[in-house]
Design a protein around this ligand. Structure first.
Ligand code: UDP
Length: 314
């Protein structure tokens, strides 16, 4: 069995490649390394079942030989990245998604789209069930990501309905763990870096906005279960433990053993006020729920960043 993973050198893509290799798949990883890194898959390069090709998926994807699965994970995913790469983000969500669906159709492969909780925008409903249509500003700065993913979902459903492609859609909520990029601008790498280097943690706004953090191994397990299911409509995968960003900052300080204080900075435009997955559907359809508590997932993540910071400083 052979899988193509776009964005396979990214944070989530590389963990997915690991799981696929563990399950006996052959894996072809496609990545243009705009936000991914070869370091994330360096440990797989000597494996004969793993291959990495540098490719921009907004250009047509030609793959020789059989393919049974296409996982489309290529996309800048942190607000700092997609605000820096707005056109590229819209293109990978439109042209890139089309190219991966075309590949799946041509090969008769199953296709899984990595979508996002950002489809819900700044939600008026919390927790967010899959049936909620969302509250997205279509022209705000974040729209390049939100609308690209909403378009990706629409295109995926169209290929399923009109062309019979066997598709899956996962809506991924905030996820953390080793291999996140130190400078990707997201809250966890920022806070951990600041905590480890004695700088005040930058809390945006009043810190009362909420997020729910899922450990990467839980997320990848949920995604693989969805892939194996026969459900075509979107399924939320995330950890439903919701907390304010201020509470999260205090937790990072505690687990990093840091005396860095907290500094307040302006809230970015259209920053969602609440985000928490309703995971009833994942529980019912996939028998999935997260197992790793934040108290268990934070220590190995902080250790990972401690090593990265040491290498940078050394
Ligand atoms: N945030 C923060 N300080 C930072 C980075 C982010 O307070 O240094 C906040 C951000 O405003 C948002 C939350 O943390 O409310 C999560 O931001 P992130 O960029 O990680 O991802 P998002 O969930 O917004 O996509």
């Amino acid at each position: 069995m052979r899988a193509v993973v776009t964005g396979g050198a990214g944070f989530l893509g590389s963990h997915l490649c690991d799981l696929l290799i563990e399950k006996g798949w052959q894996v072809l990883c496609l990545d243009n390394l705009v936000t991914g890194s070869e370091d994330n898959v360096a440990h797989l390069l000597s494996n004969p079942r793993f291959e990495m090709i540098r490719h921009d998926v907004t250009r047509p994807i030609a793959v020789e030989g059989p393919v049974q699965a296409v996982f489309h994970f290529a996309c800048p995913a942190s607000p700092v990245d997609y605000l820096r790469l707005p056109i590229e983000t819209l293109e990978v969500g439109s042209l890139g998604t089309r190219n991966t669906l075309e590949l799946a159709q041509a090969k008769g492969a199953r296709h899984l789209l990595a979508s996002t909780s950002e489809c819900y925008g700044d939600p008026e409903v919390s927790p967010q069930p899959e049936s909620y249509w969302g509250h997205v500003n279509p022209i705000g700065p974040r729209s390049v990501y939100d609308e690209a993913k909403r378009f990706s979902e629409a295109l995926t459903m169209a290929y399923h309905r009109a062309r019979g492609v066997d598709t899956r859609i996962v809506r991924i909520f905030n996820t953390y763990g080793p291999r996140m990029r130190l400078n990707d601008g997201r809250v966890l790498p920022n806070f951990v870096y600041q905590a480890l280097t004695g700088q005040a943690l930058t809390v945006y706004g009043d810190g009362r906005q909420t997020r729910s953090f899922c450990y990467v191994s839980d997320l990848i397990d949920g995604i693989y279960r969805l892939f194996e299911s026969d459900h075509h409509e979107p399924v939320n995968i995330g950890n439903p433990r919701e907390m304010t960003i201020l509470e999260f900052a205090e937790m990072v300080l505690k687990f990093a053993g840091s005396a860095s204080g907290i500094r307040f900075e302006p809230l970015p435009t259209d920053d969602p006020k609440r985000r928490c997955p309703d995971i009833a559907k994942a529980k019912r359809l996939l028998g999935w729920e997260p197992r790793v508590a934040l108290e268990e997932g934070l220590p190995p993540t902080i250790e990972f960043f401690r090593r990265v910071v040491k290498v940078r400083q050394g």
